[in-house]
Design a protein around this ligand. Sequence first.
Ligand code: B16
Ligand code: MG
Length: 213
Amino acid sequence: RFDAVLFDLDGVLADTAHIHFAAWRRLAEELGIPLEPRFEDRLKGVDRMTSLDLILAHGNVERTVEERRVLADRKNGYYQAAIAEQSPDDLLPGARRVLEEVRAAGLKTALASASHNAPPLLDQLGIRPLIDAIANPAAVKAPKPAPDLFLEAARLVGVAPGRCLGVEDAVAGITSIKEAGMVAVGIGDPTILTRADHVVPAIADFHIGDYLG
Ligand code: B16
Ligand code: MG
């Protein structure tokens, strides 16, 4: 019943959440805002500008729209410098195998990541040839938890939403998949990813055969 699998990137195929967080933390320190480690979870799957707003609000710091744009760009520079060092060794265990199995089963693969840095990161990780389409977050109206990005990924591979499986680690992403009318596989904790149709602890536990019946 499925013709495509749509993957989130950070937290599903690569463990880049801590790289995003290190970049945010460096920026926050420069602004005199201490970020405790548990703040990392609040930024997962959240787009760049919203992440900055959460951090500024956390530190009770106000900035103009123009100043915020400069700050977001600075964080992005830190992030880009870090991902330039990534290699296939940084894929989460099982990620490449999952993409290969989905392809071998005759299904399309697509990426539905909020990250504008997804294309260069896929190159660094060596998995770009295994992905049929990359939804561009700049090309959709609303970020996750709206369904737009997953619907765009489905459109790019020419598959109806009802025949797509979405794979996500963040609550906002699972909501996005469900709002798109797709079946959601959560990566992580079922007590957190409550709207997911299935939850597995890690991408290494995902086997496409389990969903093809
Ligand atoms: P960028 P995902 C998300 O990726 C990250 O989880 C989130 O922490 C990040 O702020 C967002 O991408 C935007 O990334 O600044 O590179 O555009 O989980 O949707 O793959
Ligand atoms: Mg994610």
